[in-house]
Design a protein around this ligand. Structure first.
Ligand code: CA
Ligand code: CA
Length: 195
């Protein structure tokens, strides 16, 4: 052997070697024999595996297009480069699908694709496939859930109608000191994608 077997581009190769034996006398006597050599390599032994069997995150319905929502991550024991793909079942009678509102890049991150305020479902669930780029190709899947946070509550001033404040008659005009600070609160807890 003068070359590592692991460098073979295919998983099995067969060689037939012909070996000749001869003497140096005169006249030369010789003999031939053939040797069959079969090399089989365990190509791509490792299958990718996800770090988590389930990924979930929330995103506000007002999230901007392109907001990153969730990222999945798989590892391959052979060190193969991994590509990711969204999978969804379109064999049912849903009117909306995850891919209508989200897209996934090859590095495993999911982004907002369309106005989520237009979506009618509050939860989108789909599978993600991770495949190595080796031969024979091996893959695995995980589940991803995205929950849409709806903006259901209006902001409320922390101020009662009818309340009044007193302002001194000699208050400085155009001062940077406010005469009143008003605050408001909102019952919705908004998360705008992956932090
Ligand atoms: Ca592999
Ligand atoms: Ca609100």
């Amino acid at each position: 052997m003068y070359r590592p077997i692991s460098s073979l581009p295919i998983c099995a190769q067969a060689y037939v070697l012909t070996v000749e034996a001869y003497n140096n006398a005169f006249p030369v006597n010789q003999d031939l024999c053939t040797v069959d050599i079969i090399i089989s390599v365990d190509c791509n032994p490792g299958t990718p595996s996800f770090q988590q069997g389930f990924y979930s995150n929330q995103v506000c319905e007002s999230a901007a297009l392109g907001t990153r929502v969730v990222c999945v991550l798989a590892e391959d024991p052979d060190g193969d480069v991994i590509s990711y793909t969204m999978l969804e079942n379109r064999n049912n009678f849903q009117t909306e699908y995850p891919s209508d509102y989200f897209f996934m890049t090859a590095d495993g991150c999911v982004y907002v694709k369309a106005e989520l305020a237009q979506s009618t479902l509050d939860t989108y669930t789909f599978s993600v496939q991770a495949r190595d780029n080796s031969y024979p190709q091996k893959d695995t899947t995980t589940s991803v859930q995205i929950v849409i946070q709806r903006d259901t509550a209006a902001p409320v001033f922390n101020w009662q109608d009818g309340n009044c404040i007193s302002v001194a008659s000699d208050v400085v005009v155009n001062s940077s000191t406010p005469i009143l600070s008003m605050t408001a609160s909102d019952a919705d807890i908004i998360v705008s994608g992956l932090q």
